[in-house]
Design a protein around this ligand. Sequence first.
Ligand SMILES: Nc1nc2c(c(=O)[nH]1)N[C@H]1C(S)=C(S)[C@@H](COP(=O)(O)O)O[C@H]1N2
Ligand SMILES: [Mo]
Length: 520
Amino acid sequence: MRKLTPVLTGLVSAAGALAVAELVAAWLNPTSSPVLAVGAAIIDATPRWLKEFAVQTFGTADKAVLLTVIYLSLAAYAGALGVLAVRRPSLGLVGVALFGVVGVAAVLGRPTAGPADVLPTVAGTLAGIWLLLSLAKRARDLADSDREFAEYAREQGKREGRVPGQRALAAEHRRSFLLLGAVAAGALVVGGGARLWAVARSVGTRSREAVRLPPSTLPVPDGVDLKLPELSSFYTDNRDFYRIDTALSVPQVDAATWKLKIHGMVDRPRTVTFDELRAMPAMERDITLNCVSNEVGGPYIGTARWLGVSLGALLREVGIRGGADQVVSRSTDGWTCGTPVATLLDGRDAMLVYGMNGQPLPIEHGFPVRVIVPGLYGYVSACKWLAEMEVTTFAEFDAYWVRRGWSAQAPVKTASRIDTPTRRAKAGPVSVAGVAWAQHRGISKVEVQVDDAPWQEARLAAEPSADTWRQWVHVWDATPGSHRLRVRATDGTGATQTGEERGVVPDGATGWHEVTVSVE
Ligand SMILES: Nc1nc2c(c(=O)[nH]1)N[C@H]1C(S)=C(S)[C@@H](COP(=O)(O)O)O[C@H]1N2
Ligand SMILES: [Mo]
């Protein structure tokens, strides 16, 4: 145990440093936490293949995995620093300072950083230096005493532990462990408390609680939900709606001070406040949103009732100049996406959204305002925590994911998914059911194939508009044994979903979803 003291010294000092940094960050600005800033910098620097690997391997837990890796690396570094500091305090000091420099660089590298954002890292670094130097001195003194006692015992020819004073030294060791434990526990309470406090008093949470929405005026469409067990419901609950973004800490925006700046190649640049947006004619639509990173059969898709205003109307008001072909949306945390002007103005229900399924837009889904454009993947349209729209050209600007190798143009591809059965079924009639989507073109047909038999047409639920997914069901007379089920959809233009298998890069996966079912 005594041998571990230097390592523990490093670990405990780092925990104390992080706790102080989190506390100052919670009080100042939660996104200025050094760990989150380092994580955000790593996310932005991640090459496409690694991002793909992360999303495919960890799904929406990719952020938790990243934070775990950061904490584990920090722990390894801190443990090594502890060993170093017990031998050479000056090296320990340099090591903590280096940690501080990396933290400050990461924090300042954030697109929204201000000079005050370095304070949490600086405070944490100072606390870390103080803790490491004082705890390491204590550890060194104890180790020195251990050595002296051992030497003395050897000289006197006495057995270890029989030297006068060694009992007191053992007590001293115990006190030292207690001290380390106390600092660690204090760090846990301070750091964890700071995080909870930051979330509870977060600007976004409080601001969102103050938003009142009018009741829905759009009737729930008839016959869109077959209400079959295991089949995705037509509307996706907000808490079940997939979440994909680069934000390690969710941006906290106050609706009261929120502004949308519309500028660039426009005749009448304009700034819109939340109150002004709420005063515009409201528009409510059921629209399906999906992610380009969704594999065939994957979960990154959902349908919600969105409340907001017409984006097309607003863009007509500001007057888009000739030659402009791209609208770049930028979020408060600096993420960007580029949407074709032609798509935004072709009459489809492109929206600035502030309500989702009857509730103010959830913070994770972009509070207070986001964009929704039916028929486009999220990464080229659905900017959350919207701050700015700049009218420009595709030649002039590459948005966040385009710079990382994804297509600038990304209309959604016609696709379909089998929700049930997944693995097993009982012989006899079995409802094979799922969803199909081709937003803004609509779904005209869904077919199911069992093994190598001819494709059979499924029964379609109602479709309120071409902008949502469509449920389907096919009753299959299942016979014992293992069977392969496949699905394919045909969109509103009459084009059938391709069976050619391609990955998600650069503009969305293709191929037929298939499941193998064992029937008993
Ligand atoms: N600010 C911001 N908006 C963003 C993103 C992001 O990383 N940052 N990701 C986009 C992507 S890739 C998708 S698929 C949708 C997902 O929206 P959701 O999380 O509400 O489902 O948001 C889009 N809007
Ligand atoms: Mo996405």
